[in-house]
Design a protein around this ligand. Structure first.
Ligand SMILES: *Cc1c(COP(=O)(O)O)cnc(C)c1O
Length: 438
C-alpha cells in the first residue's frame, strides 16, 4: 500500500467514526483536504503524504520547544521504561515533588507555595474554582462568597464549570445557568462599578492575564493586571489567573503576571507546561488558601477533588525536561529579536496586504485581522479566516483562525528568524490567494 492509499483509508475511517473538537462536522472534509499529521521535528510538521509545514499555532497553542526535542523525548522514554503511571491518591512520586518545588521557585518565597496537579487547562480552572468556592464556604463570615466575576469574551475551557465562566457567546450561551454563578464585566471600570453588596458575595475574579487568547488575541491595557490585583486584595476577593495560554514564555516572560509583578491567589497553567508533549496541568496557590482546608477529619474540610491521572509521571518528566531546556538553551533570553522581527513583519503585512486590517502582538503571539479591501468585515458564513489558513498550506504553513476573521500566528518559541520569514511569506500568499476569491 502506498502513502496515498493508506491516507485515503485513514480519512475514510475518520469520516465514518471520528468526531473532532470545535468542528462543524457537516463541513469537515468537504472543502479542505483532511490532513493526517504524522510526525514533527522542531517547528516542522509532516503529513502522511510527506508534505512539510511550519507549525504556525504550536499545535493549538501548546508546543514550546518544537517537536521531538531530544531532551524531552529522552525524559519521556526514560520515565516510560521506569513506570508509566502510579496513583497520586495515597502515594507521591519524586518527579511530582521536584516539579511542584520548581514551579513554586519561580515566584517570591512564601507566595505561591502549593501545587495541585490535574490533566488540562479546563481541569486546572475547575480545581481553582472549586478551591476558591470551598475555601469561602468553610470560612466563618465568608459563606456568602459564591459568585465569580469573569471578563467579556473570555475563554477558560470546556468542562461545565470552566465553560460557565466563558464569555464567548457562540461556544457558551447554551450552557448559561448550568454551572457556577458568573457575572461578566468588560473592564476595570465596570468591575469597580459593581455594587459593594454584590462584591461582598464574590469568591473570585478570573482573568486571562495580559492578553485574551480566544477573543482575537486582544491585549489588556498595560497596568490593568496590577490594578485588578490591588482591587481584589482590598475587596477580599481571590484573583484567579488563567495562564493556560500565556504561561511558559509565550508573552516573553515565563508567566504573563511577571510583566506587572503580580502574584495571584491561584495560577492555572497547562498547555505549555510539558512543552505541549503530554496532558498535564497545575493550579498553584498560596499557603493561606491551603490552610483553609486543614482541620480535624470530622470537620470535613478536605479538598475532595482529583482525577485518575493526577500528576501523571510521564507528564511530570516532560515538564521537568522542558524547564531544563528553558535554562540550558536560554530560551527566554533569545526571544526579544524574534519578537521584534514578528512585529516588523506584522507591520509590513498590515501595510502591504490589502486584506489585513489590523495586527495585535504580545510577545510571541500575533493576531491578524482580515477584512474586505474596503475595510468592511467578512460575514461569518464567508469563513474567510478558515479559507485563508487552508490557502497557506501549499506555502508550507499550518495555522487556524480564532474567530472567523482573526488569524493566529503563535509558533513554538524555538522558531528561527528564517522560519519566521517563511511563515510570513506563507500568510501573505495564503491570505491573498483565498481572499481575492471572495
Ligand atoms: C486552552 C485554554 C484553556 C483550556 O485548556 P484545555 O487544556 O484545552 O482544557 C483554558 N484557558 C485558556 C486561556 C486556554 O487558552
Amino acid at each position: 500500500m502506498n502513502a496515498q492509499q493508506q491516507t485515503d483509508i485513514w480519512i475514510r475511517r475518520d469520516l465514518e467514526h471520528c468526531w473532532h473538537p470545535f468542528t462543524p462536522q457537516s463541513l469537515w472534509g468537504t472543502e479542505a483536504e483532511i490532513l493526517m499529521i504524522q510526525s514533527g521535528q522542531g517547528v516542522w510538521l509532516t503529513d502522511s503524504l510527506g508534505r512539510r509545514y511550519i507549525d504556525g499555532n504550536s499545535s493549538i497553542w501548546v508546543n514550546i520547544h518544537g517537536h521531538c526535542h531530544p531532551r524531552i523525548v529522552a525524559a519521556i522514554q526514560r520515565q516510560a521504561a521506569t513506570i508509566c503511571h502510579s496513583s497520586y491518591l495515597g502515594f507521591g512520586h519524586g518527579l511530582a515533588s521536584d516539579l511542584a518545588t520548581r514551579l513554586c521557585s519561580y515566584f517570591p518565597k512564601g507566595t505561591l507555595t502549593r501545587v495541585f496537579f490535574s490533566d488540562d487547562g479546563s481541569t486546572a480552572l475547575e480545581s481553582a474554582l472549586k478551591m476558591a468556592f470551598q475555601s469561602h464556604v468553610q470560612t466563618p463570615g465568608e459563606e456568602a462568597r459564591r459568585h465569580f466575576v469573569a471578563f467579556s469574551n473570555c475563554y477558560h475551557g470546556d468542562t461545565m464549570g470552566a465553560a460557565s465562566l466563558g464569555g464567548v457567546g457562540t461556544f457558551f450561551s447554551k450552557f448559561r445557568g448550568f454551572g457556577v454563578e458568573v457575572t461578566h464585566v468588560r473592564n476595570m471600570e465596570e468591575l469597580r462599578a459593581l455594587p459593594p453588596q454584590f462584591l461582598s458575595t464574590v469568591a473570585g475574579v478570573v482573568i486571562e492575564p495580559v492578553i485574551q487568547g480566544v477573543n482575537r488575541m486582544t491585549p489588556w491595557p498595560q497596568g490593568m493586571l496590577r490594578e485588578l490585583r490591588d482591587f481584589c486584595t482590598q475587596q477580599g476577593i481571590y484573583l484567579i489567573l488563567d495562564e493556560v495560554m500565556t504561561g511558559f514564555g509565550r508573552t516573553g516572560k515565563l508567566f504573563a503576571c511577571m510583566h506587572e509583578g503580580v502574584i495571584p491567589d491561584f495560577l492555572c497553567c497547562a498547555k505549555g507546561l510539558t512543552s505541549g508533549y503530554t496532558p498535564l496541568a497545575a493550579c498553584l496557590t498560596t499557603e493561606a488558601v491551603f490552610n483553609k482546608f486543614i482541620g480535624r477529619y470530622s470537620e470535613n474540610k478536605s479538598f475532595y477533588y482529583g482525577h485518575s491521572f493526577t500528576a501523571h509521571p510521564i507528564g511530570c518528566a516532560a515538564a521537568m525536561a522542558s524547564l531544563d531546556v528553558f535554562e540550558e538553551e536560554r530560551v527566554l533570553e533569545k526571544l526579544p529579536p524574534k519578537m521584534q522581527l514578528i512585529g516588523e513583519l506584522a507591520a509590513a503585512l498590515k501595510r502591504d496586504n490589502p486584506y489585513v486590517s489590523a495586527v495585535r502582538q504580545c510577545g510571541m503571539i500575533l493576531g491578524i485581522d482580515i477584512a474586505h479591501t474596503d475595510g468592511s468585515p467578512y460575514a461569518q458564513d464567508e469563513r474567510a479566516g478558515e479559507k485563508a489558513c487552508v490557502a497557506m498550506r501549499p506555502y508550507g504553513l499550518l495555522t487556524r483562525p480564532c474567530t472567523h476573521d482573526t488569524i493566529v500566528f503563535m509558533p513554538p518559541l524555538c522558531i528561527s528568524e528564517s522560519e519566521i520569514r517563511h511563515a510570513f511569506r506563507a500568510m501573505d500568499g495564503g491570505i491573498c490567494d483565498a481572499l481575492s476569491q471572495l
